[in-house]
Design a protein around this ligand. Sequence first.
Ligand code: ATP
Length: 512
Amino acid sequence: MNYDEIFPKIISHCKEYGFIFPSSEIYDGLGAVYDYGQLGAELKNNIKTAWWKAMVQMHENVVGLDSAILMHPTVWKASGHVDAFSDPLIDNKDSKKRYRADNLIEEYIDKLQAKSLKETEKKAKKEGWEPDSENYQGFLKNNRDAKKAQTVYENYVKALESGDLNALRDIIIENEIACPESGSRNWSEVRQFNLMFKTQLGAVAGDASDIYLRPETAQGIFVNFLNVQKTSRQKIPFGIAQIGKAFRNEIVARQFIFRMREFEQMEMQFFIKPGTQKEWFDYWKRARREFHEKLGIPASRLQYHEHEKLAHYADAAEDIQFQFPFGFKEMEGIHSRTDYDLGRHQEFSGKKLQYFDPEENKSYIPYVIETSVGLDRTFLAHLCNAYTEELAPTADGGQEERVVLKLPALLAPYKVAIFPLMKKDGLPEIAEKIFKDLRYDCLCTYDEKDSVGKRYRRQDAIGTPYCITVDHQTAEDNTVTIRDRDTMQQERIPIHRIREIILEKLDWRNVL
Ligand code: ATP
């Protein structure tokens, strides 16, 4: 299924089953702000739990933090966000649509590369070239579109590196890049647009009381570095992890929850000895990719992407991209941030933010490796990966289409659905008893409405991995059936073993 078909289906599935709603929907919504419904909240919490376990619980040298969203305004001066947390914005004068200049250029390069690949494949078919042959590779690199893409790319990187907004605009004009909505090429100047939301602290208006909603959770970690290090008695290398809301006034917010104005991040700053950054960068890069794979994201849908342009303070930066229906896009960033952040906070606060290393017998500002993953993008990645339409057998020997969310059991909102086969003969009482006992262990749901087939479909659509059915045999021998969502196989098990079997399936040891 292609992007145009699958993505709208995923979005409407989210709404129909209570995963995600547009914010303030009765007032026609608010641009790029979403609410998580009853099932979305569960899935989101389960992703947070997985991350927290993987980062904090499984690493003796990583501890958690929950810092405030509002911070002293100087934090954002020191971090560089007041001066440089902006995107290059360009307006189309005819359509009045606003775009990120860098995105327009990147999309243009992608298009050229796709054209070049298509042309190469066409030629290869005609000439009988294998993809790894010299002819194929040569043509792929040297055809007209590939060369053009390379030139545009080089100019683009130069413009970004020098921060030259006019040069960005020149690329758009020279290549006749058009407004995707209207096709117009009537562009404004490019200007920087700061992405931070500003608000006021207390009742007094004026610059002095201007504060920001945090655009990332990381700074709460940096300013608490010494508080946490001293009270936890951690020694370097150690990390501080936190999950929390971040706010960015994105110029172009689209692609559902991929780019929102209010979102959640799961970030960890790992403080290390200067000089060891390469080794730790590689360690976390691998560990973070493994995390996504262990949680069921196929390796083929993940890739590393090296940053074209490093921030001036970073000495390495790579993204872990997931293959969303709209292409491989960033889900997580791994950044080697040197001693920039702590150094800047030391400078702006006048307080020493150094670590005394007993082995070296000296104090220094630690270097930092950051892992920063979007909770909402991870959520979307899991949904995109799990959403499946397939044929399933019906009771009368036919087939019907089922929509099933093949989420890993530990992430699924409900773990178990419990049904009485019929609403009589004492079956509901037995089923309810099982439900009431099992809900101490995990989130369960009870359903006695409609045929069992329909109830299975309902649970498939929300990703419930196990369904337990109480039938007439239960009354005779105290056994129930347990059905697996993905294989649709049913097994008879004794009631007294339900808990043990379910808990074994939901053991984090199977995953982390
Ligand atoms: P992008 O290039 O897509 O704007 P970024 O490089 O600015 O992302 P970071 O500042 O590295 O992102 O933030 C870390 C993570 O936070 C990202 O990998 C992403 O998963 C998430 N994130 C960032 N911005 C948003 C947003 N507007 N909506 C949802 N998630 C976001």
